[in-house]
Design a protein around this ligand. Structure first.
Ligand code: 3HC
Length: 303
């Protein structure tokens, strides 16, 4: 059954090579997923060789884990490893049909990246963005071919979570959207078409959810109490562990986007800002026995 709002699938273009801009946590998970599910060459790029090597190294290590769990044969592991390569040069995208960016969550950075990619790819190559919250229409607006841009928003961990938010920008054409749905289906994701609104659907809810837990701590509830209060709901992970998985810096960016869009409904915690500026990435720490305690340096940041 065609997902609600998806165009006729006959409009979808074949995808025989994928480019990924960024080699960080999301980007390298995407490289693994695209290689496994589409079985096509995947090229990762980033701003320096160390990042590129780290991204490719992550993919290879994850493939080795699948091999050791008996989920991949040695042949398949080697084939997939050979499919994923890294480059510092976006010219490596020249024959790609689908390029996705997963770089820093800032409009100007993403616009620059897309403009650079556009110099190397064919006019039909789809440009997808894994943005969590930014406007897909605005991101496309400076390009020669804005009709090829789609939002393609995954959830962490990418290998496990089935949802994929697909976003139609104001200029996106049916062929780009149909290709996005066809790729999403090949990736075995549950695709939903969402409006190009700040933080789409899921992060809008997630930002409110995490924001209220942080708000409770801001008002004096201890971290331990606020985080464990929701345990009876049976969530797969507690809110502050989820914050660590998402990354506090990303969560703060999304909160700021929501605050700009809906200042009456979304605030930004100053404590949260200090937490990110201090370079901290987790509220909880675990000792070797798995005992969980709040990082005292983080607790000291809260005023
Ligand atoms: N990468 C790859 N695979 C992972 C993983 C990771 N980081 N973490 C867990 N897995 C896999 C495990 O290997 C295991 O696979 P297997 O069953 O095939 O061996 C499977 O997931 C289950 O893992 P565990 O048994 O260790 O643990 P759980 O059952 O507790 O599941 C979880 C872990 C899937 C991470 C679960 O806790 C969960 O769903 N948490 C909520 C995550 C969530 O809400 N993410 C959305 C964040 S929002 C977002 O990403 C959007 C962004 O824009 C901000």
């Amino acid at each position: 059954k065609r997902p609600a709002g998806a165009p006729d699938k006959s409009l979808a273009r074949p995808v025989t090579k994928v480019g990924i801009v960024g080699a960080g946590l999301m980007a390298s998970q995407l490289a693994l997923l695209f290689a496994r599910r589409l079985q096509v060459p995947v090229v990762l790029t980033d701003i320096d060789q160390e990042r590129v090597d780290k991204g490719v190294g992550y993919v290879h290590a994850e493939l080795d884990k699948l091999l050791s769990k008996g989920r991949l044969s040695p042949d398949a592991t080697n084939r997939l490893k050979a499919l994923v390569t890294g480059s510092l040069d976006k010219a490596a995208f020249a024959d790609a049909d689908f390029v996705i960016e997963a770089v820093f969550e800032e409009m100007s950075v993403k616009q620059t990246v897309f403009a650079q990619v556009e110099e190397h790819v064919s006019d039909e190559c789809i440009l997808a963005t894994n943005t969590s919250s930014l406007s897909v229409s605005e991101m496309a607006s400076k390009l020669k071919h804005p009709e090829r841009v789609v939002g393609f928003h995954f959830f962490n961990p990418v290998a496990v979570l089935p949802l994929l938010e697909i976003v139609r920008g104001s200029a996106t054409d049916d062929a780009a959207l149909a290709t996005a749905f066809a790729v999403g289906k090949s990736l075995k994701k549950s695709c939903v078409l969402v409006k190009d609104a700040p933080a789409f659907v899921v992060n809008r809810l997630l930002t409110r959810f995490l924001g209220e837990v942080i708000g409770a701590v801001d008002e004096g509830t201890p971290f331990e109490v606020a985080d464990r209060a929701l345990e009876p709901l049976g969530l797969p992970m507690s809110p502050l562990v989820l914050l660590q998985l998402v990354g506090p810096a990303v969560a703060l960016h999304v909160a700021e986007t929501m605050h700009r869009a809906f200042p009456d409904r979304f605030g930004v915690s100053e404590n949260m800002r200090r937490f990110v500026e201090a370079g901290k990435t987790a509220v909880w720490t675990w000792d070797a026995q798995g005992n969980q305690t709040v990082d005292p340096e983080v607790a000291a940041l809260w005023q």
